[in-house]
Design a protein around this ligand. Structure first.
Ligand SMILES: CCCCC/C=C\C/C=C\C/C=C\C/C=C\CCCC(=O)SCCNC(=O)CCNC(=O)[C@H](O)C(C)(C)COP(=O)(O)OP(=O)(O)OC[C@H]1O[C@@H](n2cnc3c(N)ncnc32)[C@H](O)[C@@H]1OP(=O)(O)O
Length: 136
């Protein structure tokens, strides 16, 4: 996803240096929105891993404030905004490194899981495909 450096701050927030390469260009000179969303999924999910908790993204809301330029130094951060049992609200932002201006912001709902999440996902897929008549 173009991450170049990650640092953890004393307050638990994660800080990144990154850059969007030309392979993720979505318009002349600017990033595809899917790359921006992908960066957010990565950094909010990684925050949970850093806190030694496996969690998956249940919902993600992205506000695209300004076009994100390709081939420019960017910064990003992710931080825990709230916790309600096994549900975490994690926020993230992406900034132009040169000015610090926020280009995009995200709010994510992470749901705590055990590793059995992936076993159950495979079992669910097996049932789903066994029950399919191939017309869907
Ligand atoms: C030491 C541990 C770490 C181990 C790490 C191991 C390997 C990791 C390796 C590398 C990782 C590296 C970096 C990580 C960086 C990025 C990771 C990317 C992660 C992803 O790329 S992730 C992919 C996209 N993601 C999905 O693939 C999820 C698909 N989806 C589901 O799997 C289910 O949909 C699920 C589980 C989300 C919910 O399933 P569910 O509903 O059955 O769960 P459950 O009942 O437990 O819900 C509990 C409470 O959350 C509420 N709730 C749930 N979803 C909600 C929603 N959308 N909105 C509002 N509330 C919601 C319920 O209402 C309930 O609320 P309440 O408790 O109040 O009733």
């Amino acid at each position: 996803m173009g991450m170049e450096e990650e640092t953890l701050a004393a307050d638990g927030s994660a800080h990144y240096r990154l850059r969007c390469g030309p392979e993720h260009e979505g318009g002349p000179g600017v990033a595809h929105g899917g790359w921006i969303s992908g960066v957010f999924v990565e950094i909010v999910g990684h925050l949970a891993v850093q806190m030694e908790q496996l969690a998956v993204t249940g919902a993600l809301s992205v506000t695209y404030r300004k076009p994100v330029p390709i081939n420019r130094p960017l910064t990003a951060r992710a931080w825990l905004a709230g916790k309600d049992g096994g549900k975490w609200t994690v926020e993230g932002s992406i900034h132009l490194a040169s000015s610090g201006t926020e280009l995009a912001h995200a709010t994510a709902l992470l749901v705590e899981r055990e590793m059995s999440h992936y076993t159950r996902a495979r079992e669910w897929l097996g049932r789903e495909e066994a029950g399919s008549d191939g017309t869907a």
